[in-house]
Ligand binder design. Sequence first.
Ligand code: NAD
Length: 357
Amino acid sequence: MKDLIFKAEEISVKLSYFNKASKVIDSLSDNVKYCVIADAKVLDMHQDFKNGLLKKGCFIFEVEEAEKQKNLETYSEAIAFMQKNGMNRQDCLIGFGGGAITDLTGFIASSYMRGIKYLQIPTSLLAQVDASIGGKTGINFGQIKNFVGSFYNPVQVFICADFLQSLNEQEFLNGFSEVIKHSLITSKESLEKIKKTSQEILAKDSDTLLKCIEESVQIKAQIVASDFKEKGARKYLNFGHTFAHGIESANYKSPIFHGHAVIIGMLMALKYSKELGFLQKSSYELAKEVISHFNYNFTNIDLDAELIFEAMKSDKKNTKTINLVLLREIGEPFIYEEQSSETLKHYIKEFINDFKK
Ligand SMILES: NC(=O)c1ccc[n+]([C@@H]2O[C@H](COP(=O)([O-])OP(=O)(O)OC[C@H]3O[C@@H](n4cnc5c(N)ncnc54)[C@H](O)[C@@H]3O)[C@@H](O)[C@H]2O)c1
């Protein structure tokens, strides 16, 4: 007998952009049965949208505290809710909320009756440009984030600028770090565009925001399409993240915004790229300037070099060396295997001393 290889996965995800929430409702089909896993707080802030969903006949499962409830208990309550409402394989699930909800929804969709269709309606900027793109789903287990999960893509992602209006400034900036990251690993032109439109972005001008989000989503989508299971280019999306995870671990007693840790992590990676002789000074200065246009509040972040370094050493992505994504130039990321722990530790100390000035 001969071995036979067959290809079983041909995935396509439709990305749709809107500036009015009512248009998202109009796009839902009248002939499909929907169940919505929704962030209760966000739903409350967007009553017209909630009424629109109800008018379409959607069943809504509300989650009060998304990140806290991104767990097995909520998973099984949602499954029971769907079963009670007779959801089956030709029906469709919708995730409406920030990244905690889109992750939870994706995981439910991937396993309910061995997988049903789902749509994402991400409402935080982080979920729009990052969490809902790329098919990583998951829930937290015990104390470990995203310990249980799957790779499972939605059929469509609705990105609507209307929802972002109710996000507070620091939550908005939390997501904006990923936009900056996507530009830094892609091209100088993309970074220059952010610089030029920073005022409109901060004022949440719908048209400017949508254009900026679309470009950012496109960058992530292209990288994911080329490397769905993170064996190559998708690793570059970790730019700034090895440092950031160290910072987050060092602050575990009073959690901080992931995106704020990523900004500091990217500044660390940029400066290290420059100091090791890869990145030009002018490119480093440009990146720093762009970041400075946004009012990140870092006051509650404790930067302890020892703790950050120890956490980085135990990062699950490392083998024997500490692997960092650095830049040869803006738009040219590469994996740098740090051979000398002492050099890195010394660098982190120096960076933090400068950063605190
Ligand atoms: N799957 C992936 O590839 C991926 C990537 C990055 C992050 N994530 C996950 O995403 C989560 C973080 O995302 P997040 O920051 O969106 O978290 P989140 O869902 O907890 O939302 C953050 C806060 O913003 C609120 N919120 C959301 N939308 C709002 C709106 N429009 N107006 C007002 N408030 C709003 C939420 O109620 C919550 O309090 C984490 O669980 C993380 O693990 C997943």
